[in-house]
Design a protein around this ligand. Structure first.
Ligand code: SF4
Length: 506
């Protein structure tokens, strides 16, 4: 089969094309045989005998594993994906298991991977394939009919699991081919992308298409890297036009492919209110106890579609505290029928800080506040008022919140809140100790024993005081064994009784 060779975007027929072509296939797959990374999805082979009743064909197990791994690997590093992939396969080892899952479960499993639509499409695709009952689609043509499976994923599944001689083109393959062929055209341009697919299709090994495609991707990921390719260890360096050009000019291999200036990120701003509702008349026994938190589900379509978040409002731009609070008040009023002046008492409203979350095209600055409320009529009043048709929401306690699969942005906000509360608790304790000890001079807290603080409302803190400056001879104190206090400081342990955190806020 003649191959169109391309140098600097110009086509020329090479007489030795077939020979070179075969040589490239062989050297690339041979190199892959010896150098491929041991990755969990590669261990699920077509010949796997551990099939269950739902999945009698090992190639379908492989197809499923390739599908899951390739979707996870889009925009995410291999090292990150490994743990996610293993957890996923443990929970849903076959497409039939996945088809029985809920979106909630998938989102939880996906939490932290980003681009949550990918997980949703996997679930929808699995349901569709299982419902249709015809087995796993085996060709690019049939795979492309499944929502969420694009050219790349279809090519990967069809070639790796079902041995269809089709190409796969991702960023790694584009880089390798651009260098092999010294293509300096814009790799984002649709005509150039088409050309890469065509060239990859000409290169693919019809006997071992899956291995060849993986070899090309592996080469791009490990040898022909974006900034520092290891050409000396490259199995196809003898056929690399970029390397050849670089030897006779000032051109570098890293000049290929052309660097495309990234689109400018949009800057968004939002006010996030972590609304914590204390149960009316409920005495909280331990200072670590929390109230109930409100979570709102985002619309199914769009950024982070269908995922849970704390109540938040998109702002027009940077906004001062008063403007942010007004926006949140309006949102709570409209969405929850909550009037902060009439339907509840505000126990605490504190600005916790801000956090910038970066998406591919958006840089979102979140202003975070903690809003602790007691509702007149308790949670029942809230449940009775809400119209679930306009907004999906739920209330969860602190433990459930910690165990939920939250997006990394929401998780970060939750951590900010926990840290803020912990610091408030410590400050309060310092005040208590100061009173207990009658200390009037400066001292610095260095540690709090969190475990002890959970037992019966008693806690243990260690802090430093200047020697002789305080009346630290109270029987409640004793020197700390193995103290590392400095020359002029002494370290003391103090047992304290925790107060109800909510008393602090009154
Ligand atoms: S020789 Fe260098 S630039 Fe060319 S494909 Fe190999 S690693 Fe990439």
């Amino acid at each position: 089969m003649p191959m169109d060779d391309v140098v600097d975007g110009k086509k020329k027929k090479t007489t030795a094309a077939n020979h070179l072509h075969n040589q490239q296939e062989e050297t690339t797959t041979e190199w892959y045989d010896q150098n491929q990374r041991d990755l969990p999805w590669r261990r699920i082979n077509n010949s796997d005998e551990e099939n269950d009743d739902d999945d009698k064909d090992g190639s379908e197990r492989r197809a499923y594993a390739v599908w899951v791994s390739e979707v996870m690997l889009q925009q995410t590093r291999v090292q990150t994906v490994i743990a996610y992939f293993n957890r996923w396969m443990q929970k849903w080892p076959t497409i039939h298991h996945l088809a029985r899952a809920s979106l909630e479960e998938v989102n939880e499993m996906w939490a932290g991977l980003g681009y949550y639509r990918r997980g949703r499409y996997l679930l929808e695709g699995a349901k569709l394939i299982v419902e249709e009952g015809g087995g796993f689609p085996k060709t690019v043509h049939t795979l492309r009919k499944v929502r969420g499976i694009g050219d790349y994923t279809a090519g990967a599944i069809a070639s790796i699991a079902f041995k269809e001689a089709v190409p796969v083109v991702d960023g790694n393959v584009v880089r390798v081919i651009a260098r092999l062929k010294a293509i300096s055209a814009n790799p984002k341009d649709s005509a150039t992308i088409k050309n890469f697919w065509k060239l990859a299709g000409q290169l693919v090994d019809p006997c071992r298409p899956g291995d060849f495609n993986q070899a090309l991707m592996e080469l791009g990921a490990t040898i022909c890297t974006p900034l520092s390719p290891t050409c000396s260890a490259c199995p196809v360096s003898g056929q690399c036009h970029a390397l050849s050009v670089s030897r006779h000019s000032s051109v570098l291999v890293t000049d290929y492919p052309l660097k495309v200036v990234k689109a400018k990120q949009r800057h968004d701003y939002s006010a996030v209110s972590v609304v914590e509702i204390l149960q009316d008349n409920d005495v909280i026994a331990e200072p670590q106890s929390d109230g109930i938190f409100l979570l709102v589900k985002r619309p199914d379509e769009g950024l982070l579609g269908g995922l849970w978040e704390f109540p938040s409002v998109l702002l027009g731009g940077e906004a001062d505290l008063a403007t942010r609070r007004e926006a949140i008040d309006r949102f709570l009023n409209k969405s929850f029928d909550l009037d902060l002046k009439k339907s509840c008492s505000v126990v605490l409203r504190a600005d916790v800080g801000d956090y910038v979350h970066v998406f591919t095209h958006i840089r979102l600055k979140m202003y975070v506040e903690l809003l602790v409320l007691r509702l007149k009529g308790g949670m029942n009043a809230l449940h009775g008022k809400l119209n679930s048709k306009t907004m999906t929401w739920k209330s969860v306690d602190s433990e459930a919140l910690s165990n939920m699969g939250l997006t990394s942005g929401v998780r970060k906000v939750h951590t900010m809140i926990q840290k803020f509360k912990q610091e408030r608790r410590l400050h309060h304790l310092v005040g208590q100790v100061k009173i207990m000890q009658g200390l009037t001079t400066h001292f610095k807290m260095v540690f709090i024993s969190d475990n002890l603080s959970r037992r019966g409302g008693y806690g243990l803190i260690t802090f430093q005081v200047e020697k002789g400056s305080g009346k630290n001879t109270n029987s409640a104190t004793k020197p700390s064994p193995g103290s590392k206090a400095g020359k002029n400081l002494t370290e003391v342990l103090v047992f304290v009784k925790f107060v109800d955190l909510n008393d602090e806020w009154k």
